[in-house]
Ligand binder design. Structure first.
Ligand SMILES: *[C@@H]1O[C@H](CO)[C@@H](O)[C@H](O)[C@H]1NC(C)=O
Ligand SMILES: *[C@@H]1O[C@H](CO)[C@@H](O)[C@H](O)[C@H]1NC(C)=O
Ligand SMILES: *[C@@H]1O[C@H](CO)[C@@H](O)[C@H](O)[C@H]1NC(C)=O
Ligand SMILES: *[C@@H]1O[C@H](CO)[C@@H](O)[C@H](O)[C@H]1NC(C)=O
Length: 303
């Protein structure tokens, strides 16, 4: 009610003719994530009882790109903006916002002109485009650093394994661990090379996927390191469970980041990778403790 009174006062005192008042929006932006682009135009003091009393024109670059004539219930749309439309049922609520497909959207200043019987008004809204930033360089480093740390820690455990637990019984497993560890290291290096410099989003995304998915191999490697050294204990089980949880978290984060167009779920991914690396660290510490407590190392007996 108040905007209305204000408008009436304003209209009668200073301007001579009644004005429509608009919600002030200077600009709106869209990204590649917007399927539909909405340029808002909200009239605050609509009095019309029927859309027949209303006339809406949208102007862009000095030409009318959209005209709605309520008295004829007729719409004219510019050929450059074939998807442009307004919601006629929302017009009486004052909403003359222009909607169009992203493919038709052009950045620039749009003028919304509304006429309601003898009252009229217009407002200018600038449509801007913002390029979606994927992960920032710092975030990319975070994504790479945890897996790299985890792999280094794995090689640390591998070192303890070869020094302390080497025997004819374990040598076959150690060779398999060596091969699997090398493959994983190479995959992560390739992933990092794709991810880090990539301005190319497809390259970056494949690098990210490569790292986040392949890093799960570490769980199997850690399990095999433990089995080769001293078998399962409640500690090693707890460590492995922590690592699986970290991996699941990282995968969920990865899926959400890829699905959400903008990677708003990055922290989930980072913490998952962090937990995974932490479990690797715990594994190394535990192994070091066990190894230094064992004076004479006995390889586990085959069942
Ligand atoms: C683009 O999408 C965002 C998020 O859904 C929204 O806030 C914004 O208003 C949209 N931009 C335009 C111009 O429609
Ligand atoms: C605006 O119109 C002029 C000619 O009328 C044209 O050269 C220019 O490219 C147009 N600008 C946009 C952003 O469409
Ligand atoms: C205007 O025309 C559309 C179809 O083009 C129709 O759905 C709507 O009911 C009409 N509105 C009025 C007020 O006549
Ligand atoms: C739109 O209008 C604003 C304010 O008048 C101006 O600063 C801006 O440069 C204009 N934008 C374009 C794309 O013309």
């Amino acid at each position: 009610m108040w905007p209305l009174v204000a408008a009436l006062l304003l209209g009668s005192c200073c301007c001579g003719s009644a004005q429509l008042l608009f919600r002030k929006v200077k600009s709106v932006e869209y990204t590649s994530c917007n399927g539909t682009v909405i340029i808002p135009c909200i009239v605050l003091n609509v009095e019309a009882q029927s859309t027949e009393e209303m006339f809406v024109k949208w102007n862009f670059n000095k030409t009318y790109i959209f005209i709605y004539d309520g008295s004829k219930n007729n719409t004219i749309v510019d050929t450059n903006f074939p998807s442009a439309k307004i919601s006629i049922s929302d017009l009486l609520k004052g909403d003359a916002s222009l909607k169009m497909d992203k493919s038709n959207a052009v950045t620039g200043n749009y003028t919304c002109e509304v006429t309601e019987l003898s009252r009229e008004g217009k407002t200018v809204i600038e449509l801007k485009y913002r390029a979606v930033s994927w992960f920032s360089p710092n975030e990319k480093i975070l994504i790479v650093i945890f897996p790299v740390l985890a792999i280094l820690l794995f090689w640390g455990k591998f070192g303890i394994l070869t020094l302390k637990y080497k025997s004819t019984r374990t040598s076959k497993r150690i060779i398999l661990l060596l091969i699997a560890g090398t493959v994983l290291t190479l995959i992560v290096i390739v992933g990092a090379i794709l991810l880090i410099p990539g301005e190319n989003p497809v390259k970056s995304a494949s690098g990210l996927g490569l790292i986040a998915i392949s890093i799960g191999i570490l769980i199997a490697l850690q399990y095999n390191v433990f089995m080769t050294a001293f078998g399962m204990t409640s500690f090693t089980i707890a460590i492995l469970i922590t690592q699986v949880l970290g991996y699941v978290l990282a995968l969920v984060g990865l899926c959400l980041c890829i699905m959400a167009c903008e990677p708003v779920h990055g922290p989930l991914l980072f913490s998952g990778l962090g937990i995974l690396a932490l479990a690797e660290l715990l594994g190394l510490v535990y192994m070091k403790l066990v190894a230094s407590n064992q004076r004479t190392i006995q390889p586990p007996r085959n069942k």
